[in-house]
Write a new protein. Sequence first.
Length: 142
Amino acid sequence: MRVRLVNEKIETLRLLDEVASDDRGATAIFVGTVRNKNDGRTVTAIEYSAYDAMAESEMLAIINEAGERFDSPHVVVEHRLGLLQVGDASIVIAAAHERRAQAMGAMHYVIEEFKLRVPIWKLEHYEDGSRVWIDPTRGRAA
């Protein structure tokens, strides 16, 4: 179980290797990437910033909750900060467990709770040169 805020490219395969084990038959992974459109506007980049100490503390609390709810899956999360281009990974969550339901459930729980609780903010940059702060809880999937 590990969380980390990073300023460099997230190495997805390294996170997968970190949760892999012969006794874990299921691995779920979520990779959140910067998309090129939002609300009908062309996005060129997103700038992520955080209150680092509080963000990492809340991230750790969330993966610990996932461990309790989903029978102790192994979860690793990295969230990237700074200026990211379209297609860059902003967050990677890897969750592994003996069973797929627990691995997938933990991964889903983690991303949904991150969106609600972790103090990470995003500033979208648009094709026309404008920038807008985006509410991370808007459009939350159920």
